[in-house]
Every structure is written in structure tokens, then in C-alpha cells.
Write a protein that binds this ligand. Sequence first.
Ligand SMILES: C[S@@+](CC[C@H](N)C(=O)[O-])C[C@H]1O[C@@H](n2cnc3c(N)ncnc32)[C@H](O)[C@@H]1O
Length: 310
Amino acid sequence: MTSRDSYHIPVMLKETLDSFLIDKNGNYLDCTLGGGGHAKAILEIISDKGTLLGVDRDKEAIEQNASLLERYKNFTVANISFANVMRLDSIVFGLKFDGILMDLGVSSHQIDDPKRGFSYMNSGDLDMRMNDEDELSAYIVVNNYTEEQLKEIFYKYGEEKKSRYIARNICNEREESPIKTTKELSDIIGRSVPYKNRIKTLSRIFQAIRIEVNNELGEIEDFLKVSLKILKKHGRVAIMSYHSLEDRIVKRFINEMATGCTCPTDFPKCICGKEPIVKKITKKPIIATEEEIKENPRARSAKLRVFELI
Ligand SMILES: C[S@@+](CC[C@H](N)C(=O)[O-])C[C@H]1O[C@@H](n2cnc3c(N)ncnc32)[C@H](O)[C@@H]1O
């Protein structure tokens, strides 16, 4: 087992806990357990009447939390994707939460381990699956998607302007032989753009493939709807996102759920009957301090938004 900090340093630890941990005797759900940095801090705060359920779709993250599981009897884990939590027995039988945490994206451990194939920095097999039992891998996306499909995901999930050109180059290269490693893919992308844009383009294309492989945006949309069914009244959800595509989904969801009547302003009375379901706790997203960013550059892009069920 890796040490918790080398697995992943938790981002905005104090800010997240302050924002959603409101009752020490409450039930909490950490949807993105990772190295357990946030989970450990939650367990240290809640009483033994409180509970924490930790969820991660990655088996390695679950294994990484074995020592916390041994130490805390009020801690349980589930190896499942968060959009599927309604399938868990405890939830089927009525468990509801006072607070839910989503710390989105990948852990440093997943990025740093070359055999997971998430990074253009180290060469590894093209994989990028958070759950190694999922069928779709980066290899399948890169080698089997049509040029049009590749262009579409690079544009939609990577916001990459040269999507079409990069997609075409990938398709030309794979005619010779399949593209098997992150290094082979990085070289093709690197040859498609001027040297000075190389790193930004690599991050955008790798991010796009990762989002596609793990259906990351669909998972967030589905879970946000689920969260309304499993929160207690006044229960809170804290969501930390790391890029604009994630944050946009979260922001829109909160705005929509926090809005009441949507009738045109010149209607004499409301006919839509829409009531707000949630209250915004953060009017603007909370961001990390300069001090934290210096110590942990990953915190730079983090945005924390919190809402409460009315
Ligand atoms: C940023 S890390 C979380 C780090 C954690 N807060 C900590 O302090 O160590 C994100 C984790 O969420 C997991 N994850 C991402 N999407 C998921 C999903 N849809 N369902 C379950 N787990 C997911 C990843 O496997 C990864 O371990």
C-alpha cells in the first residue's frame, strides 16, 4: 500500500469539510474515495454515531483504504461508480446522507502509474479505465473510433481547435499498425501541432479520451440527480471540479434546482408551479489559496461548489 500523501494529496481539505460536514453524528458519503485523504479527515471529525460510506470505481483506491477500514468501525466502502450508488443495499434500505462529497477526476496515483495509461508523461499501454472491468479503453477509442467520432470527442471534451487534423493523423497512422502505447499516441499528437503548443494539446487530447472512456460527464449528471433522492432535508453536497466542462454541469444543475418560478415576468401569477429544491451555499465557487497551490499545483484548477437540499 502506498502512503496516503504519495497516493494523492487532498485538495482544499479544510474548505470542503467546513462547507458540508454539518453534524458530527450524521451520515456521510464520499463518492470519490481515492487515497482516502478527505475520508480520513471526515472520520476524525465525526463521532462513532456518525457513519461514512466511501465509494470508488477503482479497485486500487478501495484497497488503499484498508487501514482506515480496520481502524474505523463506522466506515464502509463500495467498489462501484457513483452514478450507481442507488444499487447499494444500504441505500435501497433507506440510508440517507447529511453530507456528500465529490472530488472529481483522477487521483495523482492513477496519473502517475504508467500501467494505467492516463498520462502522456510516461509510456504505458493505452488504457485509462478507472475500473479495469469496463469494456471501453483508450485503446479501443484510439484504434476503433471513426475519424468523425475522434474529432467530435477531441472538440467536445478537450475543446481542442485542431481536433479534425489530429483525428486524421491518428487514423492515418493506425492504418500501418494499431496504436498501442501512450508514447505512440503522444508522438502522433506532438507531430500534429507546433512544438510550443505540444503540452497543452497533449493534455487536452488525453483529457478528452479519459472523459470518453470513463463517461465522466454522464456520471456527474446522473449522480447529481440521484443526490436529491439520497440526501436528508438540509443535507449538503460539496463538489470539487477540475475543468470547465465539469464545473459547467455542476453550476447549471445548482442554478436550475435553486430556481423557483420560471413564468415570464409579465404573467400576473405563476402558472408553472416550480419551486426551488436546493439552496446555493456557495454563490461563487471556492478556490484554493495561493499557499496551497504552491504546495500542491493540482489545487490550481479546483473549484468547490456546495448546495443544500431544502
Ligand atoms: C481526485 S480523486 C479523489 C481523491 C480523494 N478525495 C483523496 O483525498 O484522496 C478522484 C477519485 O474518484 C474516483 N472516481 C472518479 N469518477 C468516479 C465515478 N464515476 N464513480 C466512482 N469513483 C470515481 C477515481 O477513481 C479517483 O480515485
